[in-house]
Design a protein around this ligand. Structure first.
Ligand code: FPP
Length: 248
């Protein structure tokens, strides 16, 4: 099926977030070590970023490493970090060629220093690009992000820089790492799991959720297009009734 041709370009989401899941199971199915799954997962990242660029998406956020992922076997963590360093350094020229700006959310401080360095270099090199914003969530925890926002706001209140009445949705948004990024309209999770796993909890309040059984290394840009077509068939009501929506 050619899903790309079915996309209504006037109703495109501006931000899609993806929980890339199933690399380990994909490797197991192929009788290979887990890192083989992650390596093939990079090919899916490439395909999906390409697809996002083709349709003119503004933001794509990928959950590449959660704070909980630090509990994995040390060999897997080391291999994943190495894969990240190699991939970023290899792909930065292509990102620039395609006008992609690289951004990150998460606790970068906790990453190995070569990984931090490579990411900072790539972010600087791509900072003036105006096409797709590719946001990598690395060592990311949504709860930690919210805790940090609460702390910063509480500090502002205690120093009398913020009045209690000023605390609202917008103020909280402004204190999140995603302050400058519109909330995702669509959240995709692969591999048949139906969980959010501490990802963008505040930001997905009204996102449409799309789950597919495909394991991440089998997911390509065509699957991204299929998810967008599915999203476009849904009615987003934001708590209103269908009748109210048809009037406005
Ligand atoms: C989930 O599969 C995948 C991850 C935790 C890592 C995702 C990383 C990549 C796709 C490669 C590097 C990314 C970039 C952006 C260059 P899993 O290991 O949890 O799979 P399982 O649930 O089957 O064990």
């Amino acid at each position: 099926m050619n899903y790309k041709s079915l996309i209504n370009t006037s109703k495109l989401p501006s931000h899609i977030a993806i929980i890339m899941d199933g690399n380990g199971r994909w490797a197991k199915e192929h009788n290979k070590p887990r890192i083989f799954g992650h390596k093939n997962g990079v090919l899916s990242v490439r395909s999906v970023v390409e697809g996002a660029g083709e349709i003119g998406l503004k933001y794509l956020t990928l959950y590449a490493f959660s704070t909980e992922n630090w509990n994995r076997p040390k060999v897997e963590i080391t291999a994943l970090m190495q894969l990240l360093v190699v991939t970023i350094s290899k792909e930065v020229t292509t990102l620039n060629k395609n006008n992609v700006r690289l951004l990150t959310i998460g606790d970068l401080k906790s990453l190995p220093s070569n990984c931090k360095k490579e990411l900072e270099k790539a972010k600087t090199k791509t900072k003036n690009n105006t096409g797709l914003n590719l946001v990598l969530a690395l060592s990311y925890s949504s709860k930690a992000e919210i805790v940090n926002a609460v702390k910063a706001i509480a500090k502002g209140v205690s120093e009398e820089k913020i009045a209690l009445d000023e605390i609202d949705d917008n103020l909280i948004n402004e204190h999140l790492e995603t302050a400058l990024i519109q909330d995702p309209e669509l959240l995709i999770r692969t591999s048949g799991e139906h969980r959010i796993s501490n990802f963008l909890l505040w930001q997905i309040a009204y996102s449409e959720l799309y789950f597919t059984d495909k394991l991440w290394p089998d997911f390509t840009k065509d699957d991204l297009f299929e998810a967008i077509v599915n999203y476009q068939k849904r009615e987003r009501r934001f708590g209103m009734t269908s009748e109210q929506l048809s009037i406005s």
